[in-house]
Design a protein around this ligand. Sequence first.
Ligand code: GLA
Length: 767
Amino acid sequence: MITIHERRFVLSTKENTLLLRVNEADKLVCDHYGRRIEESDLEACAIPAGMPAGRQVIYDETKSKKISLGMIAAEYGTPYKGDYLSPMLDLTSDKGRVYDFVFVEAKIRPMEPMIGYPTPRGASEELVVLTRDEKMGAELELHYVVYEDADVIGKFAVLRNTGEEDFTIRKIMSSQFCLQDAGYTIHGNYGNWAGEFQRNETLIGHYRYEFGSDTGSSGDQHNPFFMIKRTHSTLTTGSVYGFNLIYSGSHRAIVEMDSFGMIRVQQGISPQGFEKVLHPNEEFMTPMAVLTYTHNGLNGICDHFHRFVNDHVIPENFAYKPRPIAFNNWEGTYMKFNEGKLKSLAKTAAEIGCELFVLDDGWFGHRDDETSSLGDWNLYKKKLPHGIEGIAAYVHKLGMKFGLWFEPEAISPDSDLAREHPDWAIQDGVHDPSLGRYQQILDLTKPEVRDFIVEAVAQHLRTGVIDFVKWDYNRTFSDLPQSGSFCHDYILGLYDVVGRLTKEFPDVLFENCASGGGRNDLGMFSYFPQGWVSDDTDAFERAKMQMEMAFGYPPSVMSNHVSAKTNHQMLRKTSFGTKFDVAAIGVLGYEMNLNDADPIDIKEFKNQIEFYKANRETLQFGTYRLLDVFENGRQIVEMADKDRALVSYMNYLQNPHPGNETLPLTGLDPEAVYTYHVRPEVHSFKTFGSLINQVTPIHIKEEGALVNMLSRRRGLDAEGLHGEATGSTLNSGALQIGRQWAGTGYDESTRIMLDFGARIYVFERKK
Ligand code: GLA
């Protein structure tokens, strides 16, 4: 809800209030953003102008002798009038560079779709605060959108040229927000290919911190999502602010603490290489930044942002729609496949219970490796003599959906497309363009290129045999042309392309991918309901990444695959059970040569899929809570809804002195009675090495032929755990789950977890 009290504006969500005020100097300031306040108490919350400190510039003595722009909690900052913190706007024209916007009026009006950008749905109204610099002929509109139930505020700005001369935008951020006091830590992420979403924490000192991406996409280096948390906040307690940007291009976050302990936070398009000339009567709109606040620690942020993404961002026809279990051939075959190989994989995938078969890279042009054919989206007949229709029909007959991989924004120099249209790839026209993964990027600022991409994909989708598209994007920008806002214009071009395709094919499920998680952001999720988290499918690495990503994004957007036992990226070996226990928190899939799997593995996959189908809604859309972190020796994640809770537990390193362990559950109905059990797992005989001889009548040689043969069919049942308890007892964290293996003996309750081993515990409400 939004209310206007003369020069004060109150924006309320379920738990929070954002209180804005126009001060005596006619500048918009933030008096409070945090827990809800009573509308009768607005005066008590007003930040006093105070006496300006030391060498401050007094902004306008005729309005107030106290106000210095360097000391107010400004909602927008412009330089050269006493505000020396990072400016939200940096403008210049022949007239000069001092732009001084003052309040004109504020209005509440129905929220309308933003032009050119994805707009989260379901906001009822927005507050628009108009400010103007009459002398420079410029207007700045600050927009505030309320997503009440999700406790999220959206912010964006519109800059208008109302004068008679051009001016240039060198920097324009979507949001500026000032926090009144110190004692906060930035909790963001860093990463790269195969290691996205690594935790990145910095205690905020008196510096300016700038992070983001200048790669042309939101990137895997620093996702636009980050938090600012009270330094002593925990998983469940303490003040935390969450920030994200609904944008897929180069972006920047700026966090700066001044000498007085005030923290200014900005989010927006990266100013690096951005320059936009605004002609008279033109305007520029920024993408939307989103902010949330909780006093319930990190899990509070998950709660708000998960609801926001599922309820407001994901395309409406996919909201809360169960996502299919995929089989993807990539790590199973890479590009070395033919129709026969695919068919036999599809057959096994259907047998274990997969619901979708995705044909990955290598089906088009003459693509046998990474060096050719991107752009030639016609069939590679040698591999698929019966066409896409042939393999799709086979897959459909097996009862699965059919999915196809594309990388539509890319072009290989060795392609007919490049030979026909040498000017379609991004290049500066001066230097030889640099390649990345042997490829270039198409120039999506050109309408004819966008039309080509839409048609290239649509011609396949129009056959009606493709139910799913994996949309990949495998390199970063280089060789930018002259145009001042090229990177930004590219992203608007991309939104045009994916907007047109998803509109024409509303029932096709698109999966977002950029060499893994190189562009998993709220912009892409506005069109594509799920994203491939990382090319690293190692269970331990994924558990860390999924956890960090889950602070900002719900498991329903995270696509995770169970892959080969010896992981291709880390060469780390973990059991299929463990891989499943991690991959199941989100959208499950399988990606390996299934036909190499042993009978015992096939049985395991069938059990996993049966389990996943029975619990899918909870695993994809349940309430996510992080219960413990690796620093404590284990990571525990809970997904719960009204009928059940599923708890994924991952061990850190095997400890020679394991203690008793309980599960710190939360969120179960205290009045209800639950039955509980651990999802059955099987240990390979090989786990025990030569120790197995302690229980076998004949001698078994470690790694010998006998143990190899036996292990293909049978294993040892892992510990059992089942019982019944009330929700209140379980919520108190009293449930004992048994000690881990300590090297001295073994009984039915001994948990053999190994390094990076996992389990899923199941709690079901008794009817
Ligand atoms: C990227 C993707 C992979 C796979 C390959 C195909 O790396 O992230 O999943 O699709 O491309 O080339």
